[in-house]
Design a protein around this ligand. Structure first.
Ligand code: HGY
Ligand code: MN
Ligand code: MN
Length: 591
């Protein structure tokens, strides 16, 4: 019989502690102390209260909690002295079916891990989707985490313990994150499409208008139709646009969405989460036969990352009237210009101007996105409300010196282009680190046709400079470009830069930020306001209408633009529920 919150709220401390037994391995003190936060308004509220008790317990108690856990496929499993929960979890993950070699390998990993950290390796083997990782993923994660810093690894063990507790609570309460699973599975299917040269390596790369990109557009439009959108189209730049009318088809609309292109060897959720979550909300409205007093327009933006062409935010830029027709003549690395790529994709260039939206038709723009950083993960919070999006400016540059013989050219007679860029890179790092909330990155650096025994005559590079305010961003850019010329002069190289993108810092519209805050609060979660270090489509729409974003925690300490990017089904469920709360709030305001 599934547990209920009413039971937990009404029971005595002893009874409630007993009802929650086994949630945290051999550690009833956690549930016992969390009961002080009763009455629990939601399962998320109860989970958060348990997490908070551990967070407040201090290092020794946290270490004791970690050490209360069995090793994976360790002695307790062999001697069959695991708790029922751990037996179930380790069994489902196939750890009881290891080959002798795998078993021996895991024993060695356990020994190395314990020797390095002084506590057992903890992994939520039921995984981010709750259905269980396979042995190979477990072993790969074990090997990867062995290299972490001890402090990070202790925190990562605690995060996994909270995930284990979350799944055990779901089992106790019979709670299945169905909408979280739907979005998680959609993202998994979308990730089946990847550009050649990456797909073969199991890497996810979807750049503008490649066949994989077009396949994603088809999948998204198909799912939108299946979900019950009234109209679905792929517009002149490849955005996938789904419309779910309000009670009055001419009512103003809420605009939402994010991008479905990716960086090279990127993650499955960057951008895509922000398309799939509102799609799930529309699907639920349709299934309930409900119409709200406003329309919902969900856009899968075709291009945000600027990977194939130097045209970042192209998809959302088309909606704000910022599509630069000069982009059409840009060539990609293979010499294909954007015009030809659009033609190949069957897009109609003449219709690009029609993508521009009339702001009078809209209430505002909201975007859900993974945080792409460590803050929510470190705070054990599933969701955060964005207060402002950092402004950024990007450049591509090239240093031109003199290629010469690596053996015969004396060190004081070189015009080494790569050394000049390397010196600039270290300056960018120093200068950005000298000011809070300012970041600078040289993400690309290459010596075209370089040889091991030739002093680099040319060196191409990129600059990505960001700050919470435009003034701080511009000050950084001014200093970096000035230093670039000083270095060039001193080293006798020519150094040129071309600005490829500039986006202003975008503070959230207060009314919309408050709606996100209320939506999160209604879940029984604390509200964290936070800036966005990453750029998002919302900063383009910011020019046209009020906007605000909701962040969702990433696993693996929030890593992103990396195949380790990961989200849990439970966090995704909370994200969908928050979006539904925002829709309901808006409907109430408008009736
Ligand atoms: O670079 C960014 O901030 C975004 O991921 N395009
Ligand atoms: Mn990105
Ligand atoms: Mn993104």
């Amino acid at each position: 019989m599934a547990l209920t919150l009413q039971q937990i709220n009404a029971a005595s401390v002893a009874e409630a502690t007993a009802l929650l037994d086994g949630t945290y391995e051999h550690s009833p003190w956690i549930a016992q102390q969390a009961l002080a936060s009763r009455p629990f308004s939601s399962l998320a509220h109860l989970k958060r209260a348990l997490v908070q008790v551990v967070r407040d317990a201090g290092r020794d108690a946290q270490l004791q909690l970690i050490r209360a856990h069995p090793e994976l496929a360790g002695k307790a499993m062999v001697s069959k002295t695991l708790t029922a929960e751990s037996t179930n979890e380790q069994g489902k993950a196939g750890l009881t079916d290891c080959t002798p070699e795998e078993f021996a390998h895991i024993q060695r990993l356990n020994a190395d891990y314990n020797a390095r950290f002084g506590f057992p390796f903890i992994l939520a083997v039921r995984g981010p989707r709750g259905v269980g990782l396979d042995r190979h993923e477990i072993i790969a994660t074990f090997e990867r985490r062995l290299g972490h810093h001890p402090d990070f690894e202790q925190a990562e063990c605690l995060r996994n313990i909270h995930r284990i507790a979350e799944i055990r609570l779901n089992d106790k309460f019979g709670a299945a994150p169905a909408l979280g699973n739907l979005v998680w599975d959609w993202a998994e299917k979308l990730a089946e499409h990847s550009d050649p040269g990456y797909a073969e390596r199991g890497e996810l790369t979807v750049t503008y208008l490649t066949d994989a990109h077009r396949a994603c557009a088809q999948r998204l439009s198909h799912w939108m139709r299946e979900a019950g959108f009234d109209r679905v189209e792929i517009d002149a730049v490849g955005n996938v646009v789904g419309l779910y009318d309000g009670t009055d088809p001419n009512a103003k609309r809420l605009l939402t969405g994010s991008h479905y292109d990716t960086v090279r060897n990127g993650g499955k959720y960057d951008g895509r989460l922000g398309i799939l979550v509102p799609m799930a909300c529309v699907r639920e409205l349709k299934r309930a036969g409900r119409r709200l007093p406003f329309g919902i327009e969900v856009v899968g933006f075709a291009e945000e990352e600027g990977q194939r062409y130097k045209a970042a935010f192209l998809g959302s830029g088309a909606l704000t009237g910022d599509f630069d027709m000069a982009w059409l003549d840009q060539q990609d690395a293979d010499g294909t210009n954007m015009r030809a790529a659009m033609k190949h994709a069957g897009l109609c260039i003449d219709d690009i101007a029609k993508c521009r939206r009339d702001p009078a038709r809209y209430l505002g723009f909201v975007e859900v996105h993974i945080e792409q950083g460590p803050v929510l993960s470190e705070l054990d919070l599933p969701l955060g409300v964005v207060s402002s999006i950092n402004g950024s400016v990007r450049y591509l540059g090239e240093a031109v010196g003199m290629a010469s013989h690596a053996g015969t050219t004396p060190m004081d007679r070189r015009r080494d282009a790569a050394a000049a860029v390397a010196e600039l890179l270290l300056y960018v790092e120093r200068r950005a680190a000298s000011v809070p909330d300012v970041v600078g990155t040289v993400g690309q650096l290459d010596v075209p046709s370089g040889s091991i025994n030739v002093v680099p005559g040319r060196c191409r590079f990129s600059l990505d400079l960001r700050a919470t305010t435009d003034a701080a961003r511009d000050a950084l850019a001014t200093d970096v470009l000035a230093e670039a010329q000083h270095i060039a002069q001193r080293r006798g190289v020519a150094l040129r830069t071309e600005e490829t993108m500039r986006v202003a810092a975008a503070p959230s519209a207060p009314a919309w930020q408050r709606r996100w805050e209320a939506a999160v609060q209604l879940l029984g979660l604390p509200v964290l306001r936070m800036p966005s270090g990453a750029g998002h489509d919302a900063m383009k729409l910011h020019d046209l209408m009020p906007q605000a974003m909701l962040f969702m925690r990433g696993l693996n300490a929030g890593i992103s633009h990396n195949p380790l990017e990961s989200i849990s089904n439970d966090d995704t469920e909370l994200c969908v529920r928050a979006f539904q709360n925002l829709l309901e709030q808006l409907a109430l305001e408008l009736t």
